[in-house]
Design a protein around this ligand. Structure first.
Ligand code: SAM
Length: 404
């Protein structure tokens, strides 16, 4: 069947209509005429894949990754990078025009950097001794030699691992690399009898939660701040974009003359530590205990006095916080903010909210719940995850003044 694609959906699939139903087409771009196959009819829509492109979009480019279209890691390597950045902005425009009364002019152009070799972390699966990533939507392993999204140091470790022959009892391998330091952490799940050779190429080796190296964390940089990262703590994957994002937060904090600020969902304390020289004091809250242990070490590492941390769920700790925090930075997981947190922001935060989000859907849902009390000044996409449909965003909200 021949169809013409109208636009891209939020997962970077082409959209068209077959009869009255929408059809989502993998690997098809707007204005392309494609022949589709594997058509699956669902209750409310169709899904299909592109068999053959009859009329090609001017925005289609030759893909570089040899596993593209098989591996589930990337989704839009076939789209020109400049257009990818426009697409990510348009996603936000569509979401706020559909779901809120906000003016689309608050949405700024996408902030971006290099499109390849940007990730400082990869999680690989191992089956029958072969190392790779899962095929799109399945648990079928695609063996890989390299990944174009990760930095060169990670690809070197992948090559080394492929040359040792005893991976057959391993299930999963995680490789993390420190920004600027290039220190490597290798986390293995499964059995590996002979691991001594690995200690020559990595700084931290952890097998089934047991640390086998002299140290248990690697050092990483964002701007001029240093951070320890350990096995279970969260750390942003894209060094360049994280630095741009944190500089933006610092600039906002400075221009609003923020005094005391909460850093909610603080991970290893990264944002609070980055901005604390601009404020009186910071309190960070994070659920992962190892994250807070790293945060406390990171505070000492950067010789900082005016930041404290609490471990626990934000929604449970929030109401026990003293009342002298008038501004907040929130950086929640994909699920967004819990209703108790929304209520706290609406009643207690008197000045500024900086909302960092890795899921525009939940961000827009939450902005709607804050709109009555806050003016949403800005919404900016940051291309933290090039060549995929994912986008990081930052939104700046200012408390509406009370009518006299
Ligand atoms: C997107 S990360 C942000 C981390 C940090 N702000 C950064 O930039 O590196 C979200 C963090 O929220 C934490 N988290 C998830 N649910 C939480 C909850 N209910 N309360 C506190 N922290 C939570 C996760 O462990 C993770 O570290």
């Amino acid at each position: 069947m021949k169809i013409e694609i109208e636009k891209l959906d939020h997962f970077a699939r082409g959209i068209t209509k077959i009869g009255e139903k929408i059809c989502f087409v993998e690997n098809a771009l707007p204005n392309e005429i494609v022949e589709i196959d594997n058509i699956k009819e669902k209750k409310k829509y169709f899904e299909a894949s592109t068999k053959h492109i009859i009329k090609e979009s001017k925005d289609r480019i030759k893909t570089l990754c040899k596993y593209y279209n098989i591996c589930g890691g990337c989704n839009i390597e076939h789209l020109n990078y400049e257009v990818e950045n426009i697409y990510k902005k348009e996603k936000l425009v569509e979401l706020i025009t559909h779901h809120t009364d906000l003016n689309k002019d608050i949405i700024k152009d996408t902030i971006y950097d290099k499109e390849y070799y940007y990730r400082n972390k990869i999680v690989l699966h191992v089956k029958d001794g072969k190392l790779g990533l899962f095929e799109r939507k399945t648990n079928k392993l695609i063996e890989i030699d390299e990944c174009l999204l990760v930095n060169n140091k990670i690809n070197e470790v992948i090559s080394f691992l492929k040359n040792i022959n005893n991976l057959k009892d391993i299930e999963q391998v995680t490789i993390k690399v420190g920004n600027k330091t290039n220190e490597v952490m290798l986390i293995i799940k499964g059995d590996l009898k002979e691991y001594l050779s690995l200690l020559e190429i990595v700084d931290v080796l952890i097998i089934n939660n047991k640390v086998l190296s002299n140290k248990s964390s690697i050092l990483s940089y964002i701007g001029d701040k240093k951070y320890y990262i350990s096995e279970n703590s969260f750390f942003q994957v894209n060094e360049k974009i994280t630095e741009k994002l944190y500089n933006k937060i610092k600039d906002e904090i400075e221009s609003y003359n923020v005094n005391n600020v909460l850093d909610l969902y603080c991970g290893t304390g990264t944002i609070g530590i980055y901005i604390c020289e601009k404020v009186n004091k910071v309190l960070g809250i994070e659920i992962v205990e190892d994250g807070i242990k790293d945060a406390i070490r990171n505070k000492e590492l950067n010789n900082i006095e005016n930041i404290d941390f609490k471990v626990g769920k934000v929604e449970e700790l929030i109401n026990d916080i003293e009342d002298d925090y008038s501004s907040v930075i929130v950086d929640p997981p994909r699920s967004g903010l819990d209703n108790k947190v929304i209520k706290y922001l609406n009643t207690k935060i008197k000045d500024l909210i900086i909302y960092v989000s890795c899921d525009p859907n939940t961000l827009v849902r939450d902005l709607k719940l804050l709109e009555e009390n806050y003016k949403v000044l800005e919404l900016t996409p940051y291309n933290m995850f090039p060549r995929t449909y994912h986008v990081e965003c930052i939104s700046v909200l200012e408390r509406k003044s009370v009518e006299k």
